[in-house]
Ligand binder design. Structure first.
Ligand SMILES: C[S@@+](CC[C@H](N)C(=O)[O-])C[C@H]1O[C@@H](n2cnc3c(N)ncnc32)[C@H](O)[C@@H]1O
Length: 483
């Protein structure tokens, strides 16, 4: 086995993280850098010498920390309209509620919970509320504790919520100290069972979203088993949209409300199956709308911009929000002209680069699209959107292998990315690998049904969800699969 693959095995043992072939280049680069930094002459020496500090450094290099405030708003609706009211009724005597965000990255997830607790649950003011965020990446934990975020982290947050809970300081949004004080963070490696997360019967709710999808099946199943015990009877588990219980469904019941799925540990009163709660929570609906409106293409300076995203009165300075709005009206050339007119610094903003890459891909300006993607990837090597667009560019250049590599990188960064799976499925089919094609197309079909509207609008090449689903079904049938 090559040294890089053996390094991958080591990483799997230490962190549970699984690296498929699309990540071998990254592993090779990290291994090279760590051998140089530690002076170890080969992998065996490195493995022997790597103590806790070295492993912490590795965790900062090899984890994917993509997250943002109010990610997957349907989960938050289910949490605040069904799950917490039920737990609050149950815990009325003890007056305590314990919520864990496992794999919390830079803190946006547990802070979203804390903000909603402040906004929606004033009646719990005198309860013992425990919100804990744990992650293996020490840099992410430091970031979380600081409570300072760029605009991108708030792209799905409604403007009024941002105004209430954040103070602007230069380019940063500084979280209100009262919310910060509600969440406790700590470093924790999930491979190591520890009291911090796996004490039996401790948590009312665990959010472990978009974490297990990076893990080997055995480790993921082991974590789920432990979570089943760490939750109180009747406690709830939220996984990411693209994740499953990995065959460990025993002990959990599947719950489906608010257009989403989550799990409840057995031993609870029968669930009410509801849609949106009667009367709804206007505030959470607003998150939903906001996230659809600006999910992929907004940044904090844009929240003000979005407010004035109307057609430019003669001579008004170009804005990124207007470029986006022109794209939404399918005025591709006008949107590109708007981007060209942005100040140089804004043109290099990840939002602007991503939109440019989308527009150039739509126009067939492949070299320009690739340049924009490369710039994006130089800033954020795992950006799923940039990899997906790069895959389209590589395919148009006749480089199917490169295209498949970029699709796989997009999927490695975001396993729920329907368009990347659809594209990879089509590449497999063209290459005659029918089994792999069926696999990817089947996943794409499942994911298309629930992918965010804004993301489909951006990456769907002008096709609507139903058209993409129909394409997927037709391709599946052509591969002899069921659709
Ligand atoms: C994609 S982020 C998910 C963030 C957040 N839960 C969300 O859904 O927005 C995945 C996080 O899992 C963390 N992670 C990966 N392996 C881990 C491990 N062995 N123990 C604890 N955290 C881990 C990473 O450091 C990263 O911050």
């Amino acid at each position: 086995m090559s040294e890089v693959r053996r390094f991958g095995e080591l990483i799997r043992g230490w962190f549970g993280l699984e690296h498929d072939d699309s990540r071998l280049d990254l592993l090779a680069e990290v291994l090279r850098a760590r051998l140089e930094a530690t002076g170890a002459r080969d992998l065996d020496t490195y493995a022997r010498l790597a103590g806790p500090e070295e492993r912490r450094t590795l965790a900062t290099r090899l984890t994917v920390g993509e997250t943002y405030f109010f990610r997957n708003p349907d989960h938050f609706r289910a949490l605040f309209e069904h799950v917490l009211p039920e737990r609050v009724r149950h815990n009325a005597a003890a007056r305590q509620l314990r919520i864990l965000s496992l794999g919390c990255a830079t803190g946006e997830e547990p802070y979203s919970v804390a903000i909603l607790l402040r906004e929606r649950c004033p009646h719990l003011a005198d309860w013992a509320l425990e919100v804990v965020g744990l992650d293996v990446n020490p840099d992410a934990i430091v970031h979380a504790e600081r409570g300072r975020y760029g605009a991108w982290a708030l792209r799905a947050a409604p403007a009024d919520v941002v105004a209430r809970w954040f103070r602007i300081d230069g380019r940063d949004h500084v979280l209100d100290p009262a919310v910060r004080a509600m969440v406790r963070f700590a470093e924790q490696n999930l491979v190591e069972p520890a009291a911090a997360w796996s004490t039996p019967g401790r948590w009312d709710v665990v959010l472990c979203r978009n974490v297990l999808m990076y893990m080997s099946p055995e480790i993921a199943a082991n974590v789920i088993d432990r979570l089943g015990r760490a939750l109180v009877p009747g406690g709830y588990l939220f996984l990411g949209h693209a994740e499953t219980l990995r065959g460990r469904a025993g002990g959990f019941g599947l719950r489906h409300t608010h257009d989403t799925f989550y799990y409840q540990v057995d031993g609870a009163p029968a669930p009410e199956v509801s849609g949106a709660a009667p009367g709804g929570l206007g505030w959470i609906d607003e998150i939903d709308r906001a996230s659809h409106r600006i999910a992929s293409l907004s940044a904090r300076p844009l929240i003000t911009e979005v407010a004035d995203a109307r057609p430019a009165p003669g001579g008004a300075a170009p804005t990124l929000a207007r470029a986006r709005s022109l794209f939404e009206q399918e005025r591709v050339d006008d949107a590109l002209a708007e981007l060209d007119g942005l100040p140089a610094a804004t043109r290099e903003h990840p939002e602007a680069l991503l939109l440019r890459a989308v527009l150039c891909t739509n126009r067939g300006r492949i070299a320009d699209a690739e340049t924009a993607c490369e710039r994006l990837l130089a800033r954020s090597a795992a950006d799923p959107g940039a990899h997906y667009l790069m895959a389209l560019c590589r395919e148009s250049a006749g480089d199917r292998e490169g295209a498949a590599r970029h699709d796989r990188a997009a999927i490695a960064a975001d396993a729920g990315f329907a368009m990347a799976r659809l594209h990879l499925g089509l590449l497999h089919r063209r290459a005659g690998d029918v089994a792999a094609a069926r696999d990817e197309l089947g996943r794409a079909l499942e994911l298309l049904a629930r992918d965010e509207a804004a993301r489909l609008e951006l990456f769907g090449g002008g096709f609507r969800r139903d058209a993409l689903e129909a394409l997927c079904r037709a391709e599946l049938r052509a591969c002899g699969g069921t659709a």
